[in-house]
Write a new protein. Structure first.
Length: 510
């Protein structure tokens, strides 16, 4: 029966054939105890060869020979010589030497050794070989002498032998294999071998739930079990949402509240009249006009009925009758509450205006600016359109060392460094310092990229894809596809020594 032991076994791995089981200890395969007993000897040696058991049921047959007979009584094996001068054994072999019988009366002594003792039971031909009680330090690959063990320690392999060491957990309980802590074999590092594995949350599992009831200052909460984000709006119940004119605590009680001074609506006294018939009387004090002079006495002055509201309002004086007539201004209709406000329908491109009476309307505005440079109130000299063309996860400022190397001092050190990029994002290269060194991005076959590239000059001129390559100023944007990974290359089109690697990290595996 052939023994086909596994190749490249790990420690304590077992192999069973028939009813016999062997176990690998890191050096050799050893037979382990089975329910039916243990094979005591690995092989049986004779003068003419050896035999090895391969099952627990293997039978060792001891046969006689010339002038030699064998017999078994119960469990006693008897070997007799029928000759008068026959040596029972010619040569006796051991692991460490041999001896030869030189007469029929030679005695074979079976001696014990370290932790082994031999005994022949009285009145029997039985030889008993027993192991004495011994310390584990007796094993050749165990050393508890150099470092005596303490309570709770276990044996650990230190590269030479087994020696006392601290357990991974207290009490000698071992370690949970699912944590990988303390287990370094290929089996325990294979995620698929675990029975207790966590659920993996993917970006596709994230969602936004229904809005919650308003509370406090508002917040966004996340449920890390379901992957749901939910928004709680702030509580605005204590804030003013509508008001009527009558609810206002400070309302105007005179015309002054509408931008008209009270003096315009009261009787003009003599002291307030500064001109008569165009003659200035400033600084002359009170005015006395005698009736005998044909003038109008102050007692003749009166205020007539107010005229119809017109324009900004005015006070008119009739110097023939002495009557002052007040023309009130046109005042827009008062907006007494938010419900008085209304907004007319509008269309795309219109702006919102009001007529002063609580009605808002949309009106069309023509013209407008389509570029920064055409804005009259914007200084464009300090704005680099290329740098703000679109958001990027990082903007690498590219420089050079002569014709030997590119450098990226804003993020990396050294010449031609390896750049790391995440798939599914945009990265920008500021090329304003690399004059004379046209910059090109290549794939893993060293072919120039022809898609997902945008180059923008400082004044806003845009080039895309292949036309965006080979620039030595402006800003190059690379919209890195989500489904790529591996190593790409940056290369100067004019100097072969100016190149380096770009390692793409897969966004879904971060």
């Amino acid at each position: 029966m052939a023994l086909n032991f596994p190749t490249n076994p790990i420690n304590d791995e077992q192999y069973t054939l028939g009813s016999t089981t062997w176990q690998w200890n890191g050096t050799t395969w050893n037979i382990v105890e089975a329910d039916s007993g243990r094979n005591i000897f690995v092989s049986f040696a004779t003068d003419g060869g050896t035999a090895s058991p391969d099952t627990l049921e293997d039978v060792l047959t001891i046969q006689g020979g010339t002038n030699v007979t064998t017999s078994i009584n119960n469990k006693i094996l008897t070997i007799d010589s029928t000759g008068t001068t026959q040596n029972l054994f010619d040569t006796i072999l051991s692991d460490d030497g041999s001896t030869t019988a030189n007469s029929a009366t030679n005695t074979l002594s079976i001696l014990g050794g370290t932790n082994l003792s031999t005994e022949i039971a009285t009145d029997t031909n039985n030889v008993t070989i027993d192991m004495d009680a011994f310390s584990i330090d007796f094993l050749s690959d165990v050393d508890t002498t150099s470092t005596p063990p303490n309570t709770g320690q276990v044996l650990k392999w230190n590269g030479t032998n087994w020696a006392p060491g601290a357990d991974a957990t207290t009490g000698g309980g071992g370690t949970d294999a699912d944590t990988l802590d303390g287990f370094d074999s290929a089996y325990f590092l294979d995620y698929n071998n675990f029975s207790n594995t966590p659920s993996i949350l993917t970006l596709a599992s994230l969602s936004v739930g229904n809005e919650l009831t308003a509370s406090g200052d508002g917040a966004i909460s996340y449920d890390d079990t379901t992957g749901v984000f939910r928004y709680t709006p702030p509580d605005l119940s204590t804030y003013l949402t509508s008001v009527a004119f009558a609810d206002l605590t400070t309302t105007p009680t005179t015309l002054a509240g509408y931008g008209i001074t009270d003096a315009q609506a009261t009787l003009v006294s003599a002291t307030n009249i500064k001109t008569i018939n165009g003659t200035s009387l400033l600084g002359s004090g009170d005015i006395t006009i005698a009736a005998a002079d044909g003038g109008i006495a102050l007692t003749d002055l009166s205020i007539g009925t107010s005229g119809t509201a017109s324009g900004n309002g005015a006070i008119a004086y009739n110097d023939s009758t002495g009557v002052f007539t007040y023309t009130p201004p046109v005042i827009p209709a008062a907006v007494t509450s938010l419900t008085d406000l209304s907004i007319n329908d509008g269309s795309t491109g219109q702006v919102l205006t009001t007529n002063g009476s609580g009605t808002f309307s949309f009106t069309t505005v023509s013209g407008g600016s389509s570029t920064f440079s055409s804005l009259s109130d914007v200084t464009t000299a300090s704005i680099d359109i290329g740098k703000i063309y679109e958001p990027a996860i990082a903007m690498l400022r590219v420089d050079n060392v002569g014709i030997n190397a590119y450098t990226f001092p804003s993020h990396y050190s050294g010449n031609n460094p390896t750049i790391y990029v995440i798939s599914g994002t945009t990265i920008a290269f500021d090329l304003d310092l690399v004059g004379g060194h046209p910059f090109e991005l290549q794939d893993n076959t060293l072919s120039a990229l022809t898609s997902n590239l945008v180059h923008v000059t400082s004044t806003g001129t845009v080039s895309t894809n292949s036309s965006a390559q080979g620039k030595s100023s402006g800003t190059l944007y690379w919209r890195v596809p989500e489904n790529i990974s591996g190593t790409y290359v940056y290369q100067c089109q004019s100097h072969s020594g100016m190149f380096g690697s770009i390692v793409i990290k897969d966004l879904s595996n971060l």
